[in-house]
Each structure stands twice: as structure tokens, then as C-alpha cells.
Write a protein that binds this ligand. Structure first.
Ligand code: GTP
Ligand code: MG
Length: 227
């Protein structure tokens, strides 16, 4: 519990045995529920996660978005916090983010990785790609979002009811922010965190995922919505 709110942390993992250990080791005590969504990892991710008391769910269909949607169905907390299992997002910042979330009285808080202070944390190519995607998203949806690709968010679980989340892949990260900023009842804010280099192997395919995420923004913008 954090100031009277129950907290669920959700972490999607695909072969993150190294990272997940470091993430779970640092998990604050006030977190009520930690859900690790594993997608057919072939390493010891599940065993490591269970040994730290996390609930491990196995989603049969691969994909970053798919695993989040599975995790959301399982979550019971009032507030959901998300992050990667690769130890690139700061676990120690969860209390700072919750404090900002409550203080700003928002429903969705996006943790921006920018400006990146650690020169090893993100390559120049990724910085440019992230900037392009964030600029395009901001223009299409009329709202400045510095880090459309961040994987660390804090939000009220109840706002999921009004969201139409179609992406099963990496575009899920931008999609959940679009669903938040498009809904006039959802108060959205963004705040900086410190990003560091990941442990373990990269899962992202920068060109493929970059172009896919760019095309997804246009699809999302011009697609007919559910009546
Ligand atoms: N369950 C599940 N998790 C995934 C899948 N793909 C990626 N992930 C996890 O989602 C998180 C984000 O993926 P990353 O590979 O770190 O992607 P990224 O953060 O954009 O790229 P990096 O800069 O390399 O860290 C990590 O914890 C991955 O293990 C998947 O298909 N299924
Ligand atoms: Mg990562």
C-alpha cells in the first residue's frame, strides 16, 4: 500500500534472467503485487521471478503488448506501475513516481527517459528514432509527449475500462499513451527519470519496430473507433 492505494507492478519478460533479478531485488516493500508476464522464455526468468515472490504468468502468444494485456487482466491494485525486466528503468524511482502521480492528481503518468544522462544507455540512432516517433505522435494527437516509447508508466487501473488496446507488439507502448491522451476524462502528465543500459540481450529490432511503430501511429489516428 502506498498512502492508502494498493499497488501492482507489471513486468513483461522475454529471457531476462539477469535483469529481472536486479529489478526484483530492489522492489520496494509497499508494492502489494508484482506480476511478471513471461512469454516462453528459454532461460531461468520464471524461476528467478518466483524466488523473489513475484507472481509469474505465462502468456502463450508472444509479444510485448500481448503480455501487458494479459497482466492487466490479472492485476488487482488501484494503481499499476510498469517497467521492463532488463533493469534499464529505475526501480528506486517507483516511490518518486507515485508521489508525483498523487501530487499532480493525474490518472496516467509517463516516465520520460529524456534527457538521457548515461551516454551508454541509449545509442544516437535510438535517440533520433525515439525523437521522430514522439514528434509524429505529438503532431497527430495534438499533445506534446517527449517519450512516446517509454516502458515505465503509472496509472489508475480503472482507466483501462475505456481503452481500446489493439497492439500485441512493441507499438503497445505508444498506444496506451494515445488512449490516455485521447480520453478527456484522463489527466495525463510526464516526468523525467534516469535511464540506464540494459542487462542481457536486446529484444528490440530497431528498424523493423521503428517503422512498424511509425505506421501504427497513422493507423491509430485514422482508424474508425468503436462506437
Ligand atoms: N513477455 C514478453 N516480454 C517481452 C517480449 N518482447 C520484449 N519483452 C520484454 O519487454 C521489455 C522491453 O523490451 P526491450 O527489449 O527491453 O525493448 P526496449 O526497452 O525497447 O529496448 P532496449 O533498449 O534494448 O532495452 C523487456 O523486459 C523484454 O524482456 C515478448 O514478446 N514477450
Ligand atoms: Mg528495455
Amino acid at each position: 500500500m502506498y498512502k492508502g492505494h494498493s499497488i501492482t507492478v507489471i513486468i513483461p519478460c522475454l529471457n531476462e534472467e539477469q535483469g529481472i533479478e536486479q529489478v526484483l531485488r530492489r522492489m520496494p516493500d509497499f508494492v502489494d503485487e508484482v506480476i511478471v508476464v513471461d512469454n516462453a522464455s528459454t532461460d531461468r526468468t520464471s524461476e528467478v521471478a518466483r524466488s523473489f515472490g513475484a507472481q509469474v504468468i505465462r502468456e502463450e502468444v508472444r509479444g510485448y503488448g500481448r503480455s501487458y494485456k494479459r497482466g492487466f487482466r490479472q492485476a488487482r491494485g488501484d494503481i499499476i506501475v510498469t517497467l521492463d525486466g532488463d533493469h534499464s528503468y529505475p526501480v528506486d524511482a517507483i516511490s518518486y513516481l507515485l508521489e508525483a502521480f498523487l501530487h499532480l492528481e493525474v490518472d496516467f503518468l509517463n516516465a520520460s527517459r529524456f534527457p538521457v544522462r548515461d551516454p551508454k544507455a541509449m545509442s544516437f540512432k535510438h535517440k533520433v528514432g525515439n525523437l521522430v516517433l514522439s514528434l509524429v505522435m505529438s503532431l497527430l494527437f495534438f499533445r506534446w509527449v517527449r517519450d512516446s516509447q517509454s516502458g515505465m508508466w503509472v496509472f489508475r487501473r480503472s482507466i483501462l475500462e475505456d481503452m481500446e488496446l489493439i497492439s500485441d507488439g512493441m507499438a503497445f507502448s505508444e498506444e496506451i499513451k494515445i488512449e490516455a491522451i485521447r480520453n478527456p476524462r484522463v489527466r495525463f502528465a510526464e516526468i523525467s527519470i534516469q535511464y540506464s543500459s540494459r542487462l542481457g540481450e536486446v529484444k528490440l529490432n530497431p528498424w523493423r519496430d521503428g517503422f512498424h511503430n511509425l505506421a501504427f501511429l497513422f493507423r491509430k489516428r485514422f482508424r474508425r473507433r468503436r462506437p
